[in-house]
Design a protein around this ligand. Sequence first.
Ligand SMILES: [Zn+2]
Ligand SMILES: [Zn+2]
Length: 202
Amino acid sequence: MPIRLETPVATLAEPIHAWRTWTLVGSRDGSQVRLAPIAGDGRPWPPRRPAEASCTRNRSHVRPELECTCGLHAVESPHELRRTRDPAVLGTVALWGRIVEHEHGFRAALAYPQRLRLLCYLCFTLWGRNGPGDCEVVVRHRGGRMVPLCGPHLELSRRYGYHLARILSARTIESELLATYAVDPLRELFAANGWTAEPVSA
Ligand SMILES: [Zn+2]
Ligand SMILES: [Zn+2]
């Protein structure tokens, strides 16, 4: 069911649910795992309290502003996220407060993740009939960026000689992530919706 606001800008007391991706950051030992936005100010989303929109262009206007790009972004369907740059986590998200609806989705003042799963960005880009594959490892780069990979893409990265700084278990990192934000895994939702998607034609 497509979500539609009655006006391009609305203030919602009841949250709407949409989809988005994040990057992932964490410490060397795989703790302190946080969701971080791919664009915007790059600040990690705080655990157990709502993320609040900020604006990197204008600090004084209301957020999200209709004529700006600020706000916490989300879209109606996960398929619209396939072109996001290097996503590490896919999830559903609750949006509320002031919300701007535009042709590519929503920008909200407040948001909190609902259900999350790690994502192999290579699988996600190539996304076929069965949805993205399960992640086996999380490669942690210097600086804290975490990149989940499936088994085959880990092998491929090794074969091509990519520097895989530190390899952590995807299962451990996903549990840590879910516990940090006190949310459920996305897996069940995928099964319940009979997830299928046509492959992207090149
Ligand atoms: Zn703005
Ligand atoms: Zn993969």
